[in-house]
Ligand binder design. Structure first.
Ligand code: ZN
Length: 416
């Protein structure tokens, strides 16, 4: 009898111990994927555990039974949710509004998750006068994390004469609104100004100084031209952003000269701390510029789309399509990922994003690197062939599946 009692006790304790050992401490486990996390210097096959919307653990081996759900990512890349720091998402129905509360801007969720993007920074579609409308209409209603560069023009990016109005470029009021929403406003934007005049640049930089945030500049368009060397070496501060880096447009000196050489001061500017952003868009990315520039070492600091109706169906397409272009220009995958995650996070001073550290938000993208014959198009419809292309298999936003191309996270339909 005593022996029997001992046996029962032993069985009970083993069961209890077992329960403890096999308790499902994680909500989700992504195993066997190749993790690329630039901040933490990870570039190898690792398991990633997620709990309550945060990264709980990244380790060489995490037991499957420790998680309620397991996603097998063998043969795929597991990376931090991508950041696209040049988009236009202030969509609305006000006529003649261009990218400000109007038809040319796009709702973020329809374009982000399918491309692995979990954070966008709208590049100046709103200004200090209507940021709150943008917030209520888009930021608060989107699953995508929407951040914003505030336009130095109070009325925002309405196009035409409104963006030429010096009287509506107020550094003090711009900085005031930026400081009121520090978790959403990450920079100041100047775009489309066409006068031979440094005042708009100086006002944008002044607003950036007052609010302690970087300035992003879409430069050029004046006749005669303003010097981009002066812009890079004197007007902008280290940490400011020059977008549309690989454009060749009227009114702005291209970074690659007529002989296919990157101008010397451009290298010096990047060294000085000016960030070169892709901002592909519908008119701002040419292979004629990008291929020699990357070959000679003038690589972008951040890869971004300049998403709007004029770019979504052209050569730009999506964030990962733009990333794939750089892959086929022989930039290593690790670098392409860094310039779409940790590097842009640092540029917009959001070091909480763009990495998979423990306790970081579980924004994650699972990417497939396909091999084959592919073609890529620039804004003049010139083509570059390539043999690599990224595709987004699955996206997590705060630990929730928000995109799953092939049902990686799903059970077979005929299994209970
Ligand atoms: Zn833009």
């Amino acid at each position: 009898m005593r022996t029997h009692f001992k046996k029962v006790l032993l069985t009970v304790s083993i069961l209890l111990l077992g329960n403890q050992m096999f308790a499902q401490e994680y909500d989700l486990l992504i195993n066997d994927g190749h993790v690329i996390d630039a901040k933490n210097g990870i570039d190898q096959v690792m398991d990633v555990a997620i709990h309550e919307g945060k990264i709980a653990k990244v380790d060489a081996r995490i037991a499957e039974r420790s998680a309620k759900k397991v996603i097998n990512a063998k043969g795929l890349y597991v990376v931090p949710g991508l950041l696209d720091i040049h988009t236009h998402n202030f969509h609305g129905t006000v006529p003649f509004g261009y990218l400000n509360n109007s038809f040319s801007a796009l709702p973020p969720d329809g374009f982000t998750f399918r491309s692995g993007v979990t954070t966008v920074a709208d590049a100046g579609s709103s200004g200090w006068r209507d940021f709150r409308k943008f917030k209520e209409q888009v930021i608060d209603r989107s699953k995508t994390r929407v951040l914003a560069f505030l336009n130095i023009v109070g009325l925002g990016m309405k196009g035409g004469a409104i963006e030429q109005d010096l009287a509506d470029m107020d550094p003090k009021l711009t900085a005031m609104i930026a400081k009121q929403y520090p978790d959403m406003i990450v920079g100041v934007k100047l775009a489309h100004y066409s006068g031979f005049d440094w005042t708009p640049t100086e006002r944008a930089v002044e607003a950036g100084k007052l609010a302690g945030i970087p300035v992003m500049i879409d430069f050029g368009g004046s006749d005669p031209e303003l010097s981009i060397e002066t812009l890079f070496m004197e007007k902008l501060r280290p940490g400011d952003i020059f977008t549309h880096a690989y454009a060749h447009v009227k009114g702005r000196t291209p970074i690659v000269d007529g002989n296919g050489k990157v101008r010397d001061f451009v290298f010096a500017s990047q060294k000085r701390g000016i960030n070169f952003d892709v901002g592909h868009g519908g008119g701002s990315f040419l292979f004629e510029q990008a291929i020699p520039a990357v070959e000679q070492g003038l690589k972008p600091n951040s890869i971004s789309t300049d998403l709007h109706t004029g770019s979504m169906n052209g050569g730009m397409k999506t964030q990962i399509n733009v990333m794939s272009k750089f892959l086929n220009m022989n930039m290593p995958l690790k670098e392409v990922i860094a310039k779409s995650t940790w590097e842009p996070a640092k540029i917009i001073q959001r070091e909480d994003l763009g990495h998979l550290s423990e306790e970081a938000v579980a924004d994650v993208a699972i990417l497939n690197l396909k091999k084959g014959d592919f073609g890529f198009i620039d804004v003049r419809r010139k083509k570059m062939n390539g043999d690599k292309k990224l595709e987004c298999e699955l996206t997590l936003r705060e630990g929730q599946v928000v995109w799953d191309l092939n049902g990686l996270a799903s059970e077979p339909w005929n299994e209970k």
